[in-house]
Design a protein around this ligand. Structure first.
Ligand code: HEM
Length: 152
């Protein structure tokens, strides 16, 4: 399957998800054993932090995403992304950043920009040797955030 189809497919599958489901993702109940395996596959919070550092390097190198990130506080965004993904995967972390709506509403992000970020994240996960099934488990949980991040 062409790689750009995956984010689109995930979006289509999750468009119907209500905001309660979104809340549940940001504040999950104690990790399900299957989610725990995914979390471990990412290398726990440390592995997620390394993944986000590489992802940020790639986001700054890619002409599609650089304009969004070049003037942002990279260290702060990286830390918040790490905690957010850690929480989403059931890890014992605390996300103390802004909501997805608050942090993205002034950025004028299109679906194509969202898909570019997902593609770059996929490359970074692949480079770290994270199992494809675990990559997809995270992407499936990020896809519903599209509704708060894409504003046009
Ligand atoms: C599933 C997708 C995404 C997730 C999980 C995500 C997550 C986050 C998080 C946690 C922050 C930090 C919020 C804070 O510091 O309070 C952030 C900030 C930011 N995000 Fe995203 N984001 C996503 C998609 C995107 C996309 C598609 C773009 C643009 C192409 C983008 C551009 C930015 C920028 C520029 C900031 C910094 C904003 C600022 O400092 O004011 N994000 N994002």
């Amino acid at each position: 399957m062409p790689r750009y189809l995956l984010p689109t497919l995930l979006l289509a599958l999750t468009m119907g998800t209500g905001s309660n489901a979104l809340q549940a993702q940001m504040n999950p109940a104690p990790a399900h054993p299957e989610l725990r395996a995914v979390f471990d596959d990412f290398g726990g919070r440390e592995g997620i932090a390394a993944l986000m550092e590489d992802t940020m390097t790639r986001l700054l190198a890619d002409p599609r995403t650089r304009p969004f990130f070049e003037f942002a506080d990279h260290i702060e965004v990286e830390r918040h992304l790490t905690d957010q993904v850690c929480v989403i995967l059931g890890g014992d972390c605390v996300y103390d950043g802004r909501t997805m709506l608050e942090s993205h509403e002034s950025l004028d992000i299109r679906t194509a920009d969202f898909n570019a970020l997902v593609e770059i994240l996929q490359d970074a996960m692949q480079a770290r040797g994270i199992a494809f099934s675990s990559q997809n488990a995270l992407l499936a949980k990020l896809a519903p955030l599209h509704r708060e991040i894409v504003t046009r």
